[in-house]
Design a protein around this ligand. Structure first.
Ligand SMILES: NC(=O)c1ccc[n+]([C@@H]2O[C@H](COP(=O)([O-])OP(=O)(O)OC[C@H]3O[C@@H](n4cnc5c(N)ncnc54)[C@H](OP(=O)(O)O)[C@@H]3O)[C@@H](O)[C@H]2O)c1
Length: 254
């Protein structure tokens, strides 16, 4: 299958580690140029170095960016647009505050709204017009199975990610005729550093998550990345406005 990603440019937020990094790596392997961004610039620099080694023929750059900072998002996008046109946006960020629904502070809810949902709305406002002009674009947001089935102590994730389900569908309806496809990818438990920490703290809980999947194990970040890159490729021509579960059968909801 020809993915047609050579010379496309993908902007991947939260691209310095975990699922975001694996997605960046897969794009690079497929010949796309990538721009990654996250808060800790030393992590960004290290990731850029590693990605360049994977494919020295593509452009790989990195930006310092906190997705809760509106001004910084606008600044970074305008800097990028001086020398590149973004064809693909991967909206990815760290998980929000966790805890019982009534115990999470308003600050925790605000931060969750800003990082998970508002950043996606803003980046779409900034980048979709350019995609419509080119009559090609892909927007993919990494959310969670919490968007479709409640996971204990993840009410912030569930609330804003269910919002992202509605947002993707709304936007997809408005931009599909201009060649722009908009989706969410919902990973199940995935073996990133975040999950490794959980495994150390609570091995029994980690094992129960693995056992709750149909395949009996957690995903590798690369397994998530393959689906993400397909959704953002030329090979995907008809899948839009939808939540794509990549959870090894973890979710019980129909
Ligand atoms: N791993 C799983 O099992 C799993 C399952 C379902 C859903 N998810 C969701 O998938 C996403 C990625 O998970 P992951 O396990 O790959 O996480 P991760 O390894 O912690 O990576 C998160 C990435 O986002 C960046 N980031 C965090 N906050 C940011 C901010 N405010 N602005 C910009 N960048 C930010 C981090 O870099 P900096 O620290 O440098 O900012 C890092 O590059 C999360 O939203 C998570 O909720 C994960």
């Amino acid at each position: 299958m020809e993915l047609g990603l050579k010379n496309k440019t993908a902007f991947i937020t939260g691209g310095s580690s975990g699922i975001g990094y694996a997605i960046a790596q897969t794009f690079v392997e497929e010949g796309a140029h990538v721009i990654i961004a996250s808060r800790d610039y030393s992590k960004v620099e290290a990731a850029v170095k590693n990605l360049k080694r994977k494919n020295p023929t593509v452009k790989v750059t990195g930006k310092e960016l906190d997705l809760t900072d509106e001004k910084k998002i606008k600044k970074v996008v305008s800097e990028i647009q001086k020398s590149a046109t973004i064809d693909i946006v991967i909206n990815n960020v760290g998980g929000p505050a966790t805890g019982h629904t009534l115990d999470i502070s308003l600050e925790g809810w605000d931060k969750g709204y800003h990082s998970l949902l508002r950043s996606v709305i803003l980046l779409s406002q900034l980048l979709v017009p350019g995609m419509k002009k080119k009559k090609w674009g892909r927007i993919l947001t990494i959310t969670s199975t919490s968007a479709v089935e409640i996971i204990p102590k993840l009410p912030v994730s569930a609330t804003f990610r269910a919002g992202l389900t509605a947002y993707a569908k709304s936007l997809a309806k408005e931009v599909g005729r201009a060649g722009v496809l908009v989706n969410n990818l919902l990973p199940g438990p995935t073996g990133t550093a975040r999950l490794e920490e959980l495994k150390k703290k609570s091995p029994a809980f980690f094992e129960s998550m693995a056992q709750e999947t149909a395949v009996g194990r957690v995903a590798t970040p690369e397994e998530i990345a393959k689906v993400a890159v397909f959704l953002c490729s030329n090979a995907n021509t008809y899948l839009t406005g939808t939540d794509v579960l990549v959870d090894g059968g973890y979710t019980k909801a129909l």
